[in-house]
Ligand binder design. Structure first.
Ligand SMILES: [Zn+2]
Ligand SMILES: [Zn+2]
Ligand SMILES: [Zn+2]
Length: 427
């Protein structure tokens, strides 16, 4: 690893610091998956080994429950773990014990089954992944280990329990453009990166046919030498619930700039229920951001008027996002654009600069502006104004999403940006 160095941290665990100056958009480290599992609704849509989307996947003839894009993928997974699970898989998943598990526990149980079968079958090179899991910190909750699809006399119950104890606070959701499609164990990434609600780096997943998915950690902004590199472990927009999740799931208290700001502010008052007052709140927020532009990093130094505090209520953010989502595709577009602008201001205040969620939302705003142009009978000057707005959103979306770069499925936002750019050029 030439870009990061592990150093002791004041909390007792280690921290990854930049070994040199890292420019925004640079690849910090690439991490292999030890093992992964697809969400149930993705089964048969994506290859179980490489996770690319492909029509006409081949079903495993043994269990009819695993699907592959190629013989190569099938062989990779057969050797890794599937040959030890295939025969007992259907009996296992139809068992009462498995059926009684909550959806996320089912995923954990499958991931653990893969892991145990994989580590049992691996030769002496196994020490590497094994040591990397054992070096991870266990989570604070002591949940019972689920029944798994595979057992071996060479692996003891307490070893399995030890591995499972690392799941809740170390495993990653695997996503394509913010849409989760699987879970995975990436020991190197777990070992390296601590959490911040204002992360300077983000994880993306690289998919390519016939090779296992990789996680790449990318700098979201310029990072100075010796600066700690952090990822976020959850959506930082969970403003009221995130501290509780850190304590229960991860066993730490976040002391980032954003969390210190909310600690200082105290309990956030609920947003008004009256629609007129809610609109007024949104107008005040946009005015505040226009007068004194802020982002998540500068929130701590903001003199924040107390009448604006309800915008930080999770229910307000959820409601604004829902109004935008419902209206952005089929209209009314004026409603969509108005709630979309409020949501953009909220995202800018909550997330750090260049956070992918901001870029994706800017693209949605550009698409909504375009929908409005083509579906409403505007006069020429109104259309000119709308097109300029659309271009502005699109340019900023491009600037942000290019920092993260290509990831996940092929038909991503960078492709959508190109398409929209070309239709905007048409006279
Ligand atoms: Zn494949
Ligand atoms: Zn099978
Ligand atoms: Zn925090």
């Amino acid at each position: 690893m030439i870009n990061v160095r592990l150093e002791p941290h004041t909390s007792g665990r280690s921290q990854a610091v930049a070994a040199k100056r890292l420019a925004a958009g640079s690849l910090i480290v690439s991490c292999d998956a030890l093992t992964t599992v697809l969400l149930p609704q993705e089964k048969g849509q994506r290859c179980d080994a490489c996770h690319t989307k492909s029509p006409g996947l081949q079903k495993c003839s043994g269990c009819a429950a695993y699907f592959y894009c190629s013989t190569k993928c099938q062989n990779i997974q057969w050797q890794a773990h599937h040959k030890r699970i295939c025969k007992r898989f259907n009996k296992y998943t139809s068992s009462l014990g498995f059926q009684a598990l909550a959806p996320h526990e089912k995923l954990d149980a499958l991931l653990l089954s893969h892991l145990v079968a994989q580590l049992d079958g691996a030769d002496s090179a196994v020490n590497d992944p094994l040591n990397s899991i054992l070096s991870l910190l266990p989570g604070p909750s002591n949940l019972p280990t689920p029944q798994i699809a595979y057992s071996s006399p060479r692996i003891t119950v307490s070893e399995v329990k030890d591995w499972y104890a690392k799941f809740g606070n170390n495993n990653f959701v695997i996503h394509s453009h913010l849409t989760t499609f699987g879970h995975g164990i990436f020991p190197l990434a777990s070992r390296l990166f601590n959490h911040s609600c204002l992360p300077n780096a983000a994880a993306k997943y690289i998919l390519s046919p016939s090779s296992l998915p990789k996680m790449e950690v990318v700098a979201l902004r310029d990072i100075s030498p010796e600066e700690e590199i952090c990822l976020t472990y959850l959506d930082p927009a969970l403003l009221q619930t995130r501290q509780q999740i850190f304590q229960l799931t991860y066993g730490f208290e976040c002391r980032c700039t954003s969390c210190l700001f909310f600690e200082k502010v105290g309990p956030i008052p609920g947003p008004p229920t009256d629609p007129g007052q809610r609109d007024g709140l949104s107008v005040q927020l946009l005015q505040f951001m226009k007068d004194t532009p802020h982002d998540g990093m500068s929130l701590g130094s903001a003199t924040f008027p107390s009448n604006l505090l309800p915008i930080f209520h999770e229910s307000y953010i959820t409601d604004v996002a829902e109004i935008f989502r419902n209206a952005s595709h089929d209209g009314p577009y004026a409603v969509a654009l108005s709630s979309g602008k409020t949501l953009l201001a909220l995202y800018r205040l909550i997330y750090p600069p260049n956070y992918p969620q901001i870029g994706m939302h800017l693209l949605e705003l550009a698409k909504t502006s375009w929908n409005r142009i083509v579906s409403e009978n505007m006069d020429a000057s109104a259309e000119r104004v709308m097109k300029a707005e659309c271009r502005m959103y699109l340019n900023e979306a491009k600037g942000i999403l290019q920092i993260l770069g290509p990831e996940g499925n092929e038909d991503g936002p960078l492709v959508e940006i190109k398409v929209l750019e070309s239709v905007l050029e048409e006279p």
